[in-house]
Design a protein around this ligand. Structure first.
Ligand SMILES: *Cc1c(COP(=O)(O)O)cnc(C)c1O
Length: 232
């Protein structure tokens, strides 16, 4: 068994246990395998193990990898996105997780319209209000969604957060709970013509707690592919 296959077994088992503990069905949670910085061979190994949903944080890497791997996969853009790169994404990714300003939402609207498609997006919320992180404040999120609710080619599917890095996942439970409550409270106000159904939260260090708090997408990189090397 390859390391990736072994890691995936462990992650799958932990996801199942977290679902059991919180009375959720396994089908409510989608594992996004975060393959950033990892070579195509690693992605192919994960595919061999049944993974079809991948997350990347750089547009160039998405372009290169979707060119090298032409099989039908779900690619998610999870990283900070510059307006001038948006044009490369329609048709390549099924969701953009990192929308946190109006200019970016407007550019997605424009580029999705050009491709005659509707782009699923998540609003990134900096729940812990860390200075180092992108994302809306909790207090700004409802108004932001009001501003983009009418966009015809942007479909707000839910909320995403990157919780603080921590050795103790329990310390992020409150942040995950805040994101869940924020989604529920915005849904109650019927700002959108549909209910948001996605909560993208939880990474290698804390995905089990995130699932217990309602995550529908967990984004796991290191736990599947091993540590990343940014110097290559
Ligand atoms: C890199 C990354 C992840 C995966 O992080 P790990 O700790 O390796 O699981 C998840 N979400 C985002 C937005 C990332 O950039």
């Amino acid at each position: 068994m390859s390391i990736i296959e072994e890691n995936l077994k462990v992650v799958e088992e932990r996801i199942c246990k977290a679902c059991e503990r919180s009375g959720r069905d396994r089908s409510e949670v989608t594992l996004i395998a975060v393959s950033k910085t990892k070579p195509v061979e690693d992605i192919r190994e994960a595919m061999r193990c049944g993974i079809t949903v991948f997350g990347e944080n750089k547009v160039q890497e998405i372009r290169d990898k979707t060119e090298a791997i032409t099989e039908k996969l779900d690619w998610h853009m999870i990283g900070h996105l510059q307006n001038n790169k948006v044009k490369y994404l329609p048709g390549k990714v099924c969701m953009i997780h990192s929308v946190d300003n109006l200019k970016l939402a407007q550019e997605i609207e424009k580029q999705a319209a050009k491709h005659d498609l509707v782009m699923d997006i998540l609003c990134e919320v900096n729940v812990a209000e860390e200075d180092s992180k992108f994302g809306l404040k909790v207090s700004e999120t409802e108004d932001f969604i009001r501003e983009i609710a009418g966009f015809e080619h942007v479909n707000v599917r839910g909320l995403m957060t990157i919780a603080p890095y921590t050795e103790n996942p329990e310390s992020n439970r409150g942040y995950f709970n805040m994101l869940k409550n924020l989604k529920d409270s915005i849904n109650e106000k019927d700002i959108l013509d549909h209910k948001m159904d996605v909560l993208s939260m939880g990474m290698t260090g804390d995905y089990e707690v995130a699932i217990e708090e309602g995550a529908t997408f967990v984004r796991v990189g290191t736990g599947i592919f091993g540590a990343r090397n940014y110097n290559i």
